[in-house]
Design a protein around this ligand. Sequence first.
Ligand code: ADP
Ligand code: ZN
Length: 730
Amino acid sequence: MATKSFFDQGDLVAVLTTQPLDRLLDYKAPEGGCFAGAFVEVPLGPRKVLGVVWGSGQGDYDRSRIRAVIRVLDVAPMREEMQVFLGRAADYTLTPMSAMLRLATRAPGLSDPPSMRKVYRLGSGTAERMTDARRRVLDTLKDYGGLSFTLKELAEMAGVTPSVVKGLVKLDAVREEDSPRDLPLPPLDPSRSGKALTGDQAAAAAHLGAVIGEGHYGTTLLKGVTGSGKTEVYLEAVAETLKRGRQALVLLPEIALTAEFLTRVEARFGARPAEWHSGVTMTERRRIWKMVGQGDAQLVVGARSALFLPFRDLGLIIVDEEHDTSYKQEDGVLYNARDMAVLRAAICGARVVLASATPSLESWTNVQAGKYDMVELTSRFGDAVMPDMRAIDMRAEQMQAGHWVSPTLRSAIEDRLAKGEQAMLFINRRGFAPVTLCRACGQQIGCAHCDARMVEHRFLKRLMCHQCGETTPIPTACPSCGVEDKLAPVGPGVERMGEEAAALFPDARIAVLSSDLFSSARALKEGIEKIAQGEADIIIGTQLVAKGHNFPLLTLVGVIDADLGLQGSDLRAAERTFQLMRQVAGRAGRADKPGTALLQTFQPEHPVIRAILSGDEEGFWRAEAAEREAAGVPPFGRMAGIILSGTDVAQVFDLGNALARSDAPLREIGAQVFGPAPAPIARIRGRHRVRLLVKAAKGVPLQEALARWTGSLRLKGDLRLSVDIDPQSF
Ligand code: ADP
Ligand code: ZN
């Protein structure tokens, strides 16, 4: 932690680098000195690496051998509260600080010299000798409209060498210009008036305005059914924050949702906010990163990684659809963005607003315990009412083999089509069929590297593993027995439902909405816009359609398999299913037309299905909470997963058993260890994965015990260990 705020030339400074070392490194401050928190380039062996001046150096060894900082980068120093945040987040998730710093410096080329600040965009000339490589460059630029890229990123995206781009510059087919990285962002005007709010909405906005006015940390759950105006309300909270000169961050669970949201922000504040997610070009990311640090980006809209941007004065964090599982990062640093948002806000004195129609059990429990406050919007905006939800008892339906739309659902769809309204079929499975079975030998085609089935993607004409992404052409012969033409798809996926719908409703325009079918986020966004404008009669989609999109003409949602999430032993399955089904159903009848949601189920009397249909959230939560409390699991107890992986399954299990036997540090805090058992995904990319689950009471020093427990372990060969605090499934 910084003890001094400025270091003169030659003073010893401790630098945190992005390199995986478990300690700070000492350097001498460069000519001109440097501030605590300064981003610097330092020598490490023969290399130059990025780092941050973390505080005073120790200097407890030969001073003359300490090297000097090479240079201070031309960006705002890291603020002390950011250092605190990264430190606490590292402690919470048991992640090395270097990895946290990498998260916080995801602005590629941060240390680029000014000479590299050239960007490339489409020019006016034409390339005479059109080669394949040249065409790829031009097509890439055309795909991205007017955007510009650095040489490296353009070459990478087009899969060509930089010289191809340079060649096109000579022909003026590509234009080279100075990077816009330092161009200011257009200012947002929070004093413009928004929509006239309803009584409920105005009360919620007033509450948020009041707590924001207090200017300190707190979390509010903004609960309201889909279409009740949560977004309108939290835009008021954003306006209030901007008026006070502080910055705001809106986290969305899905990149595909940003486009619609940006448009709304533009309508409200007269300009578009900064965007931050994996679909943003690197040039733009550099610019945003810098503007956020200078306090010149008033509002950032983004994915979970936006939490690690260097805000100068963050006053508000909105987590929209806070219950969404995609807020949990499952790769690299394992963190839940909702929890990290609360941590960050607590450190910098910001308000958190968690918005959801179906809050997580965690947030609901925090409201009950008085840790969060809650504002609620109980009705949909305008005359829209919640959809009428009903079960279709599949045991009573006449079904043909290989078909999944029941006669009852079919006639409901026909009715909507006759009225010129839209219907949606929801199936939470990507691809054509989840299983490809050989009728000769009975084997299913599995992934060669993972413990997963290969899923047929007919549109891509390939089989794909949803764990590792491996694809292969669809074979004609069985890989196991070699017999030709006996492979058969089993079960429905979203693409197959598209086929079934086309056969059932030959005159309807059918749109299949699955991320696989769109080449880019842009194409997906356009697809969604077209559907919203009425260019489809039947929408068929996966989870993607359940999240926040507005389809004004949609009045019927049919869930193909409402039982899908109820199988398996995961203690969170009920909560997930409840949220997903309520969310999907909420798509229907947003405008002034009442909607209907029909759930195909084989177990209509299942308590979760009954709670979904009745909409008795409170009752559902209480029942869930009682079960979790009895089991001592989150949010009433704490859990951590230890994932061990390696190529040799016996070694991985041996390691797991050794760890389970040496559980003294855990027993000291009264924690229990379960396993080792195969992890929820038992093999990925050829690596076997074994999981130990740790269960502890609330309020015990779990992380500290976990660190002592796993820290004693020596990992031989290719064995790896990662800790997952608050795992998604248990
Ligand atoms: P939610 O975020 O709860 O799903 P939205 O804020 O997206 O709800 O509102 C649903 C729809 O109703 C949007 O099209 C929104 O513009 C409209 N709407 C909500 N409140 C108002 C209002 N007070 N005046 C005009 N339109 C509103
Ligand atoms: Zn695989």
